[in-house]
Write a protein that binds this ligand. Structure first.
Ligand code: PGA
Length: 254
């Protein structure tokens, strides 16, 4: 199996193309479930969905919106908690019901139980119809860092130093970036009915090339997506710059 690749001009076009795929994927059920992601890459997707009108018209109005993780040890109202970012960037902008957003509880005394509760909430919602994903410059998806097995479930994970460095721009200093998080496992992510991964910029080109073109390998967690039947990488030209044009040329720039 191989992933579909769509290459467009820039980050804004990535947002538009991904939004179309999200809307198409959510059309399959009455009460669809949109899996959202944080980070900078999905922001143009939410902007494009917002431009398409109130959530109800998009069929998102009843959609629970599970976030793929949460930092451990930060209060839910911390400005960079997943809960806060999803409320700010997704639920408010798209008019979703915040009480339907499922985020793992990174402040729980029993973190293992919080992971199990989160997986149970996903199952109770009937699973995820469309999962939006970013990709780390080291190939991570969610916070599944290199070395994570493809059958991993929601659990507490350590952030690699390179990921903490990448995320330091959101915090006052590197020391403020959490060292641990709860993340959906790769196996959890692969249960989504369809997956839309977005990436822009040259810094993602190497991870994208390894994810799309290499054999699946835990050193690039995103390469596990090759096993999924409905996954599309929506890329700008810079993020796609290390892909082989002979293999991906038919998804050419437009
Ligand atoms: P970014 O993060 O979109 O902010 O680059 C992506 C990720 O780490 O998953």
């Amino acid at each position: 199996m191989s992933v579909s690749v769509r290459i467009v001009a820039d980050a804004a076009a990535v947002g538009d193309a991904a939004a179309e795929l999200v809307i198409a994927g959510l059309g399959v059920r009455d009460a669809p479930v949109l899996g959202v992601a944080t980070g900078s890459s999905p922001l143009p997707v939410y902007a494009a969905l917002e431009r398409r009108g109130p959530a109800g018209r998009l069929g998102l109005g009843r959609a629970p919106a599970p976030a793929p993780g949460e930092y451990v040890g930060r209060p839910a109202d911390h400005p960079e908690s997943y809960r806060s970012v999803v409320d700010r960037e997704v639920t408010t902008r798209l008019g979703l019901d915040p009480s339907r957003v499922a985020v793992p509880d990174g402040t729980a005394e029993d973190l293992g139980a919080a992971c199990r509760r989160y997986e149970a909430a996903l199952r109770a919602a009937g699973g995820v119809d469309v999962q939006i994903l970013g990709i780390g410059s080291n190939g991570h998806i969610g916070f599944n860092e290199p070395g994570t097995p493809a059958d991993s479930r929601t659990r507490v994970a350590e952030l690699m130093p390179s990921t903490r460095n990448d995320n330091a721009r959101y915090f006052p200093s590197l020391a403020d970036v959490p060292e641990r998080c709860i993340t959906q496992g790769i196996g959890t992510i692969l249960e989504a009915r369809s997956i839309v991964l977005v990436a822009s910029g040259e810094a993602k080109a190497d991870a994208v090339a390894r994810a799309v073109s290499g054999t699946p390998d835990p050193t690039c967690p995103a390469s596990a997506l090759q096993a999924h039947p409905r996954v599309t990488f929506v890329l700008d030209t810079a993020a796609a710059s290390l892909l082989d044009p002979a293999r991906h040329g038919d998804h050419a720039l437009h």
